[in-house]
Design a protein around this ligand. Structure first.
Ligand code: ZN
Length: 231
């Protein structure tokens, strides 16, 4: 990893995970300090290694000077304990993408990989993301997942999804095909009307250097996309 300051990132907020790992929120140096143009959130699910690869490459390679007026926020790894164990859930056994305080949140699926937690926003990682949304309201959000090879969108984000698809060729879908109470997409996209993308990467050998390059380009397309005139 390059020196963060040289790359134009500054650490703004950090929170400790259950096992003491840092969940860090970085901001690029330019743009309006109170607002984020694009918020990128990597690795809600610790077994989605390709999301970690993309987030880490983005952190290293991002060049803020390409977007002098755009402020970008990044949490490369939302679930560091899960990533360390190569498991979906965090160290408390909670699926962070079911733990957001949405209207449809309920305690569901205990003792499974989809456990929504004992309460809405019970987890430190979820609380950090909610705090970021309140303190630095983003104009659009990209979250990184695997393995479905689609660009799923919530809220007014179809045009944004299509701008990303120009780079990676993934299908754009409005519905992932199953119910996700407590998901981040419902929290940010459906309930707050923030354009929110769930970028589902391919897994394993299919996620090669070309796929990495195409998805870095998809993220750059998202940053460059102006949501104020879309949808
Ligand atoms: Zn996922």
């Amino acid at each position: 990893m390059k020196n963060l300051k040289q790359s134009g990132w500054m650490t703004v907020l950090t929170k400790k995970s259950r096992e003491g790992r840092e969940v860090s929120f970085y901001l690029s140096g330019s743009g309006n300090p109170g607002m984020i143009d694009t918020l990128i959130l990597g690795v809600f699910h610790g077994d989605e290694q390709e999301a970690a690869i993309l987030a880490s490459a983005f952190l290293d390679q991002f060049d803020g000077s390409v977007f002098p007026l755009k402020r970008v926020g990044l949490v490369p790894v939302v679930n560091p304990d899960g990533l360390a164990k190569n498991q979906r859930v965090n160290a408390n056994g909670v699926d962070l993408n079911r733990n957001f305080p949405t209207r449809d949140w309920a305690e569901l699926n205990p003792d499974t990989l989809y456990y929504s937690g004992p309460q809405a926003a019970s987890e430190a990682e979820t609380q950090l993301i909610c705090q970021i949304l309140e303190t630095y309201p983003p104009q659009k959000i990209i979250t990184l997942h695997t393995p479905y090879q689609v660009i799923n969108f919530d809220g007014p984000a179809r045009m944004l999804a299509e701008a990303m698809a120009l780079a990676n060729g993934y299908p754009v879908v409005a519905d992932i095909g199953y119910a996700t109470p407590g998901s981040f997409g419902t929290y940010a996209g459906k309930e707050r009307n923030i354009p929110t993308i769930t970028l589902e990467l391919v897994e394993g050998e299919a996620f090669d250097d070309i796929a990495l390059k195409q998805n870095l380009e998809a993220l750059n397309n998202a940053i460059g996309f102006d949501c104020s005139h879309a949808d």
